[in-house]
Design a protein around this ligand. Structure first.
Ligand code: SF4
Ligand code: SF4
Length: 256
């Protein structure tokens, strides 16, 4: 069945956001006076996935190889513009003040970049009437009907793939080597606007960074996970023991 959708311009998706950005978008966001955070999560990666494991290969392409102690991991880094209230670019009439150069993620919503995740209207911010329209978002064959959305989905996905190694370089330059354990949480690093600008400008463009393998600390809020990490030879840290400013643990699941 096709999925019907038409934006009502309610503006909900422009509030309280964590907006993923490409490296160039992050540079522009910082130039415009915004803040950009670095969200890191690590997946234990003891061996390469089977050739037909599409979701695992999608994750592999978005990540770089590293280790945590003796445990091989892949680290997924996402540059994020975070704001609690309205986006600084949102106009009073709920239009976008930078419409022509808005980030690709803004063009995607409410579609999905991950080809293995289906659109679930119940998980989206759009009001019920947005889904009760003759206009089609996703056709019967799974393709995106709107060419702007289709192009944005591909662009966002390709940016994630192409920039994975550059984000490794970014983390090394920022001294970031702590990540949330995938499926439990992410570690959000907040280096500060000026530091982010300085480091993004210092990076090679285009990046063909061959980073030395880096050693990461895996952060979780679950005591049982700490034991498992220790038994796997990994370097674990409980979220409650995080010290100092500039980072916070964002959990996806309950304590146990
Ligand atoms: S940049 Fe524009 S479209 Fe994107 S969240 Fe802000 S106001 Fe909304
Ligand atoms: S939440 Fe949905 S309907 Fe509302 S502005 Fe965003 S995309 Fe449009």
């Amino acid at each position: 069945m096709p999925l019907h959708f038409s934006c009502t311009m309610c503006g909900r998706c422009c509030h309280g956001l964590r907006l993923p950005l490409s490296l160039d978008e992050a540079r522009r966001w910082l130039d415009d006076g915004g803040e950009v955070e670095v969200f890191c999560e690590a997946v234990p990666w003891p061996e390469e996935p089977a050739a037909d494991n599409g979701p695992a290969w999608h994750k592999r392409k978005r990540s770089f190889l590293a280790r945590s102690g003796q445990l091989p991991v892949r680290v997924v880094v996402t540059l994020v513009a975070s704001f609690d209230g309205a986006c600084p670019n949102l106009r009073a009439d709920m239009g976008c003040g930078i419409y022509e150069r808005r980030p690709t993620a803004c063009r995607v919503y409410p579609a999905e970049v991950n080809p293995f995740i289906d659109v679930d209207p119940a998980l989206k911010l759009c009001p019920p009437e947005a889904w009760q329209t003759p206009e089609v978002l996703r056709a019967d064959d799974g393709s995106w009907a709107d060419p702007v959305v289709a192009a944005a989905v591909v662009r966002r996905r390709e940016d994630d793939y192409v920039e994975a190694d550059a984000k490794h370089e970014l983390c090394n330059l920022l001294g970031i080597h702590e990540a949330g354990l995938a499926n439990e949480g992410m570690l959000a690093h907040t280096p500060g606007r000026e530091r982010m600008r300085e480091v993004l400008q210092a990076m090679a463009v285009p990046s063909n960074y061959a980073a030395p393998e880096s050693d990461w600390i895996l952060v979780s809020h679950r005591l049982r996970t700490m034991w498992l990490l220790e038994s796997a030879g990994a370097r674990g840290l409980q979220a409650a023991d995080l010290e100092g400013a500039g980072r916070r643990f964002v959990s996806f699941v309950g304590d146990e």
